[in-house]
Design a protein around this ligand. Structure first.
Ligand code: C2O
Ligand code: CU
Length: 494
């Protein structure tokens, strides 16, 4: 894999840009209409523009309101959000409000929940902010390309009584594949990326910049909202001597706890809210390192301590967030639905080990091992079907997405997933948050609510939720190249 370019942004420039975005200049809220004071309105224009990820170099990218990330949409729980979208791109698009429990017609899935927004057309999304938390928005049309070109932004729904901190900071992590000349590599959706671990890039950004330093003060307490907007890269962040406390996952509160092995892991689309007490000494620097891929560790950013402490010791303010109004699933009484993932490079071997059959061609039965291997190879060479859910590779472009599962409305359901592949998959369900109840048969410690769960190779994960949101909902891998390679399905709640 390629090496990361040396950060070219000076500490001063980064701090200045962070300060500029903190003033709110980037957030073009329109005045709320007088009749509904609790309504937030914003317009988003998707268009081609230019960005400086690694100044001074400039490159073409696809942007919301001219910036990457797009404007941070911020509103309070219980308010209503209205977003007028203008599509100034040369092709169709939609916007999906990742993790927000919206009505089906507002979910932004082309040809499933709405007609795609054509070039030059517009569309208005409108929904209530039922849950507080850290969410994000991105296109759901050719997302493996549109997200990779820069279309994504944070959506923050504030609690009515947020936890007390000195600063509330969002880091939206982006991953770019740049050419030697500093342009975006145009090899979107190539066969290799689809069959392996997706489009892992060579340039990682925080809020659209390759950062050098992030200014902090000794004794300061920060709520850090991490959002992984990469199409494929998984992060495992090590905060060097700091002791981050996880207070929310995918926007949903969780019992405050230290991350496993001290690493904050985020698959694509996942969010983690941390409380970090800045316990370093005044005037020092500490590196935040990404250690997810063994042998490919790299320094993401330095925490740069001001010469003057804010306070000598960390505050003892409470850490727990108020719960969101999620319906509690009845796990014991719930029907269990088996969902098996197969496919990808080396998938035949894993599927055989785990006693699962691969999709279509090979699942038919009597073929011996060699023939089935041949079948898999043939399929890979002749079609874009690379990944299978219960033996089916979806074809988004055909607009023929028949529901794979029918879930009775207002009932509890367990989805028992088996990853019979050699790769990680962040699995996302639309319209609902679910509890992750077990991994490889062991109950999870926190029974955490998520909307995207990272499933390791050969792992079995069970999730449970009340299907209280009617409609046809996408269930897919958020490695966007895997999704493009067929790893998606529709669950019908009725
Ligand atoms: Cu973040 Cu189906 O998407
Ligand atoms: Cu995947």
């Amino acid at each position: 894999m390629s090496r990361y370019p040396a950060p070219a942004l000076t500490r001063r420039a980064f701090i200045a840009s962070a300060a500029a975005s903190a003033t709110g200049a980037m957030f073009p809220f329109l005045p709320a209409s007088p009749a509904t004071a609790a309504q937030h309105e914003i317009s988003l224009r998707a268009a081609i523009g230019r960005v400086r990820l690694v100044p001074p170099g400039e490159m073409a990218a696809w942007l919301y309101n001219g910036t990457v990330p797009g404007p941070e949409i911020r509103l309070r729980q219980g308010e209503r959000l209205r977003v007028a979208v203008d599509n100034a791109l040369p092709e169709e698009t939609t916007i999906h409000w990742h993790g927000v429990r919206v009505p089906n017609a507002m979910d932004g899935v082309p040809n499933l929940t709405q007609k795609p927004i054509g070039a030059g057309e517009s569309f208005v999304y409108e929904f209530d902010a039922t849950d507080a938390g850290t969410f994000w928005y991105h296109p759901h049309h050719k997302s493996f390309e549109q997200v990779a070109r820069g279309l994504y932004g944070p959506l923050i729904i504030e609690e009515l009584e947020p936890v007390r901190v000195d600063r509330d900071v969002t880091w939206m992590l982006g991953d770019w594949r740049l050419t030697k000349s500093g342009a975006i590599s145009e090899d979107f959706g190539n066969r290799h990326d689809i069959h392996h671990n997706g489009r892992v890039g060579n340039t990682v950004t925080i809020n659209g910049r390759v950062p050098d330093g992030f200014a902090v003060r000794k004794g300061e307490r920060i709520r850090l909202r991490l959002i992984n907007a990469a199409t494929a890269r998984i992060f495992g962040l090590d905060f060097a001597g700091h002791e981050p406390v996880v207070i929310a996952l995918d926007g949903q509160p969780v019992a405050p706890h230290a991350p496993d092995n001290g690493l904050v892991v985020l698959g694509p689309a996942m969010r983690v809210d941390l409380i970090i007490d800045m316990n370093g000494s005044a005037g020092s620097r500490a590196a935040v390192t990404d250690r997810f891929y063994e042998g490919l560790e790299f320094r993401l950013v330095d925490l740069v301590y001001d010469a003057t402490p804010l306070r000598e010791r960390a505050p003892d303010w409470p850490l727990a967030l108020p719960a969101n109004p999620l319906p509690e699933p009845d796990v014991k009484g719930a029907p269990r639905n088996e969902v098996v993932f197969t496919g990808g490079m080396m998938g035949e071997m894993v599927a055989r080990d785990m006693g699962e059959s691969m999709g279509r061609g090979a699942s038919g039965g009597k073929m011996g091992h060699t023939n089935s291997m041949m079948g898999g190879m043939m399929r890979m060479m002749t079609s874009s079907a690379a990944w299978f859910i219960n033996g089916v590779a979806a074809d988004e472009a055909s607009h023929d997405m028949k529901p794979m599962l029918a879930l009775a409305k207002d009932r509890s359901h367990v989805i028992a997933m088996t990853n019979a592949t050699a790769w990680h998959h962040p699995i996302h369900l639309h319209g609902h948050s679910f509890r992750v109840i077990s991994r490889n048969g062991q109950p999870t410690r926190h029974q955490e609510w998520q909307d995207t769960v990272l499933v390791s190779p050969r792992e079995k994960v069970e999730i449970a939720f009340v299907a209280d949101n009617p409609g046809d909902w996408m269930f897919h891998c958020h490695v966007l190249e895997h999704q493009a390679g067929g790893m998606m399905a529709v669950f019908r709640v009725a």
